[in-house]
Design a protein around this ligand. Structure first.
Ligand SMILES: Nc1ncnc2c1ncn2[C@@H]1O[C@H](COP(=O)(O)OP(=O)(O)OP(=O)(O)O)[C@@H](O)[C@H]1O
Length: 432
């Protein structure tokens, strides 16, 4: 391992067994090593590769982000580096103390007091009794446990246990922080305290490996990132380009999923009540009438709906639903409620355009549903869900609001310089 390396992973493979019994047996085999002389590169029934041929090196002071969809192997990699589980094959070398923030407080003993658990936990993390004694007050103070520190840990709430676990981990003078996802430790102010503590440790020269589904956390807190897919490294490099690759894949996957569902051109797949009207196509247009797939917040978006009515229809409405791919519906405009009243659709072909002015979404991927309803009970005559639009994040901006109001700020003559991303204050902006 090179002089300033903190972690070096070489040809790492990890297999698991899908069924519980097999998982237990292979766990025992891994623990007792080569006694069974099984071939580690072969998969037996029920086994699968959670990680395949992983190589990485992390140097002192560097921070690495891990991204990938659920089940891609991020946590497994963290647990292997933290030494919680053993690899099937390959090597992991680490240098210095590691503060693993994975299952916080998982190693606590419920029958012992909080205080006794501090000694137990910190000694497992590599601290001597003298070192623990000298940082004990700081740990208890940080965890905000108060007098309960002398009560049995079994009486603590989950939040208290996690706070104590976090406090122990960060007071071990670690050279490497291993942080899994959201630090859902306590309330918002405690989370801010945790994040600031992590930043302090990093400023002291420690390295960081972070798993997060938050683009902001990865982009701003890590120098490099690895994109894992089905246990393999799909992309590696500076965090921004890795995130772009990851998000592009997600967009593609979502679009394919949407397209494989309701095909608007074949009325057979759209939901219809009777055969009164068919949606021929839905297109998303910019102000120049060009078909688009992505916009920036604040830009206009027109949803064009072409229909063929098979008879005259009255009391109709064109409804659009913008649905963030991971959130509930946030915006649900309708020609009836928002503007015009009932629409009379005469038999024949029509192309209706609905322009939303301006689009006020958070950056992210949205699916767009269109339906045509009839009457005050809003019977759905025809329904499609086929389009997705990506709202882009303007370079260098943090956007937390659905509406982006213009900023009027009087700096009273103060000078302005471009911020270093590392100096951006995340307080209250994003959970790590
Ligand atoms: N002890 C285990 N036994 C069997 N399978 C496991 C075990 N631990 C993890 N897995 C499986 O290994 C794969 C990788 O899991 P892992 O938790 O590393 O993914 P992840 O990328 O961290 O996912 P998430 O984003 O949901 O946390 C998953 O299919 C998971 O079900």
């Amino acid at each position: 391992m090179s002089d300033n390396a903190v972690v070096r992973v070489n040809g790492l493979n990890k297999k698991f067994n899908r069924d519980l019994k097999g998982s237990f047996t292979s766990g025992i085999r891994t623990l007792i090593g080569g006694a069974f002389k099984e071939n580690p590169s072969k998969l037996k029934a029920g086994e699968f590769w959670a990680l395949r041929n992983i190589n990485l090196e992390l140097r002192k002071g560097e921070s690495l982000g891990l991204v990938g969809v659920n089940g891609s192997g991020k946590t497994t990699l963290l647990r292997l580096i933290a030494g919680v589980i053993n690899p099937t094959s390959g090597t992991i070398e680490t240098r210095g103390k590691i503060a693993p923030m994975l299952a916080l407080g998982a190693g606590f003993e419920p029958s012992l007091s909080g205080s006794q658990n501090v000694y137990l936990n910190m000694s497992l993390l590599g601290m001597t009794t003298d070192e623990i004694r000298s940082s004990y007050d700081a740990v208890v103070d940080f965890a905000e446990i108060g007098e309960s520190i002398d009560a049995p840990l079994g009486t603590y709430s989950t939040g208290m246990r996690m706070r104590l676990g976090f406090a122990c981990a960060v007071h071990t003078d670690p050279q490497l922080l291993i942080v899994d996802e959201v630090l859902a430790v306590g309330d918002a102010s405690f989370r801010v305290k945790c994040r600031n503590k992590i930043n302090d440790i990093r400023k002291g020269g420690a390295s960081l490996i972070l798993v997060s589904h938050s683009r902001l956390s990865i982009e701003y807190l890590t120098d490099r990132a690895i994109y894992l897919q089905k246990g393999q490294v799909l992309a590696e490099g500076d965090s921004k380009s890795v995130l772009d690759a990851y998000e592009a894949d997600q967009t593609r996957a979502t679009r394919e999923k949407l397209n494989s569902r309701d095909k608007p051109s074949t009325s057979a797949t759209s939901i219809e009540t009777g055969k009164k009207i068919t949606i021929d196509h839905v297109r998303l247009l910019d102000n120049a009438g060009h078909e688009i797939e992505q916009i920036f917040p604040g830009e206009d978006l027109t949803v064009e709906v072409a229909v063929t009515a098979h008879e005259d229809l009255d009391e109709c409405a064109f409804n659009v639903m913008f649905k963030p791919v991971v959130e509930p519906v946030v915006y649900h405009p309708s020609s009836t409620r928002d503007e015009l009243g009932w629409v009379q659709i005469t038999k024949g072909r029509h192309t209706v355009r609905m322009k939303f002015d301006p689009v006020i979404y958070l950056p992210g991927l949205y699916s767009i549903r269109v339906n045509i309803s009839q009457g005050s009970m809003m019977d759905i005559l025809c329904h499609v869900e086929e389009k997705s639009v990506r709202v882009l994040r303007p370079e260098g901006k943090i956007i937390r609001s659905h509406y982006i109001p213009p900023l009027h700020i009087d700096l009273a003559g103060l000078a302005v310089t471009a911020p270093d991303p590392e100096d951006v204050d995340f307080e209250g902006a994003e959970d790590l």
